[in-house]
Write a new protein. Sequence first.
Length: 232
Amino acid sequence: MKIVVTGASRGIGYELVKVLSKNEANTIFAVSRNEQQLELLKKDCSNQNVITITCDLSKELSIISLLNNLKKHTTSIDALVNNAGAIINKPFSEISKSEFDYIYNVNVFSVIRLMQGILPLMEEKQKSHVVNISSMGGFQGSSKFAGLSVYSSSKAALACLTECMVEEFKDRNIAFNCLALGAVQTEMLNEAFPGYKAPISASEMATYISDFVTNAHKTMNGKIIPVSLSNP
């Protein structure tokens, strides 16, 4: 499979690329704005089937460059994992417009731009898969946390967008699913909740997501799936 993974320089994205690269039949396009970490990731992978692409997903011109770069390497994509995310833990009344714009640019608008650019590369003869990585914070009916209004609402938008894509592309051989992740021990979690210890490691979650990306589209479409050890 030819798989695009965003947010690949740390946390779940980093570990996901490592897991996917173990299958020599896969070609993984690892995307992040951190070029140095991408180089470390490439060295950390067991096989030479990882292509790194530097991109700042908060900037439209950078995304255009990413799409052009991607098309230089391949004419088709089998799976897109929209894993990149940004978070801010701040009272709603204190959040600036620039902070609000940044979170939504990374968590929502970049996903829209990437799908618009990559969906035409999705093969119609063999079913392909788009997996959006959301959060339990954006899952309807789940517990919410003060300070995470912008982050959680952006992840809720991602879940609804997934369902809309199913209807938009119902005549195409593409499945769209969304994973609403609970607490995972990552750098992002530590930024939001310093000192909190999650029950699941980034590598454990990456193993689950890897199997989901490569197999779930055969049996499901348009699903928003909570992946958490705790109740909402």
